[in-house]
Design a protein around this ligand. Structure first.
Ligand SMILES: NC(=O)c1ccc[n+]([C@@H]2O[C@H](COP(=O)([O-])OP(=O)(O)OC[C@H]3O[C@@H](n4cnc5c(N)ncnc54)[C@H](O)[C@@H]3O)[C@@H](O)[C@H]2O)c1
Length: 371
């Protein structure tokens, strides 16, 4: 266990409540009616899986907004480097541990006001490669964590699910939260099983659970993932290594890791009864693209691209999603766009911000613990 700071009852109020407003705890854009202030000074947030691609960005942003933050992560990709920049922050602490293990979770929950669950085997390929571990972590440990919260004073629980649950959703109307789920992989099946478990119990537990179905992520993170479409395509095209794109005209929504973090923080800032048992799609209606559109976006910034289109991939997913609910009810809007990110990543490569060998390893390919 590597614990820099042990959150105490103080972090739930007391000194934390009276602390002067830090200059960095500012507003983030909030949406149509009002700009919501994401003031998290009264929160002590446990981020399970907080050393990952999304979590290492989220942990930093929670701190910026005044929260105390504790990360529990098993570092299954040897990804401890993703938290180095936070280890000296006074309101941050890190526990290296497996959330499958109840005593580890019990210790991590001490003094916590909110829990965000990101940890799982993320993505179709890694779940396919390690199916037993995927079920153990994504399903069993997630349900167990939920059950353990009942014995704590935790106030909110936010579960990271995925828009992949819609699987194949064709037709003119994008999928709202009530649309039928159509999983195309073990990964989506595990997420749906936990969603159902949470939603069935949402009104009989003291804490308020919320499910966020996240669009495919992009953006810079201390733990980059180049196995996700936007970064993968952009890097390969910029590096000129030759990119094969399967089923180029299939749709997917995208969301920047910073905007994903903002969505979780928006939930933490709500009156908890408002978000109890709610499911929100996280993304923006205008940020949905086919794979071909992502290639074309990169093409705009490159002299030539080496791309080959093929059909018949093993990934049949094809869906567009409706993000009206999170905009209407939480005032959420994205601050970032794929159009802004693609040239930034191309420039980052030009400037040598990533080495090719680093990029090759930066994805969910192999688990370190059993490698
Ligand atoms: N990245 C995306 O495009 C995307 C899209 C939709 C939903 N999500 C969801 O967001 C969450 C985070 O995704 P990500 O891209 O950051 O994934 P990631 O793989 O980068 O991060 C997952 C983290 O969980 C940790 N972890 C895995 N098993 C663990 C265990 N048993 N105990 C403790 N820690 C464990 C890993 O070490 C890693 O740091 C996931 O729940 C994912 O399903 C992600």
């Amino acid at each position: 266990m590597y614990e820099h700071h042990s959150p105490t009852a103080e972090s739930r109020g007391g000194a934390a409540r009276r602390a002067p407003r830090p200059p960095h705890a500012v507003c983030e854009t909030g949406g149509p009616e009002a700009r919501r202030e994401l003031d998290l000074r009264e929160h002590c947030v446990l981020v399970v899986g907080g050393a990952g691609y999304v979590g290492s960005v989220m942990a930093g942003r929670l701190l910026r907004h005044g929260a105390r933050v504790r990360v529990l992560d098993a570092l299954v990709y040897r990804n401890g480097f993703a938290l180095r920049h936070l280890l000296e922050e006074p309101k941050f602490s890190f526990i290296k541990g497996d959330f499958v293990d109840p005593p580890t979770v019990k210790g991590a929950l001490e003094g916590v006001s909110d829990v965000i669950l990101l940890a799982s085997l993320v993505g179709d390929p890694i779940c396919k490669r390690y199916p037993d571990l995927a079920v153990q972590a994504n399903v069993n440990a997630s349900k167990q964590l939920f059950d353990m919260l009942e014995a704590t004073p935790v106030e909110r629980f936010v579960f990271a699910s995925t828009c992949s649950n819609y699987g194949i959703h064709l037709g003119n109307e994008p999928a709202p939260e009530g649309a039928p789920l159509n999983p195309q992989s073990l990964y989506a099946e595990t997420k749906i099983e936990v969603e159902n478990f949470i939603l069935q119990r949402a009104h009989s537990v003291a804490f308020a659970p919320t499910v966020l179905r996240i669009a495919t992520a992009y953006g810079m993170s201390p733990r980059m993932r180049f196995d996700l479409t936007v970064s993968h395509f952009t890097w390969a095209l910029a590096a000129g290594v030759g990119l094969t794109v399967y089923d180029a005209d299939t749709w997917r929504p995208y969301c920047h890791v910073r905007d994903i973090s903002k969505a979780f923080m928006s939930v933490l800032c709500q009156d908890r009864e408002r978000v109890r048992g709610e499911v929100y799609n996280v993304g923006e209606n205008q940020q949905q693209f086919t794979k071909r559109m992502i290639v074309d976006e990169a093409r705009r910034h490159l002299e030539r691209v080496d791309v080959r289109y093929m059909s018949g991939d093993t990934d049949p997913r094809n869906y567009r999603v409706c993000f009206d609910k999170i905009s209407r009810e939480l005032g959420f809007a994205c601050d970032h766009s794929v159009q802004d990110y693609v040239p930034r990543l191309i420039e980052a490569r030009r400037q040598g911000a990533f080495s090719s060998s680093e990029v090759e390893r930066a994805g969910n390919y192999e688990l370190s613990a059993i490698a």
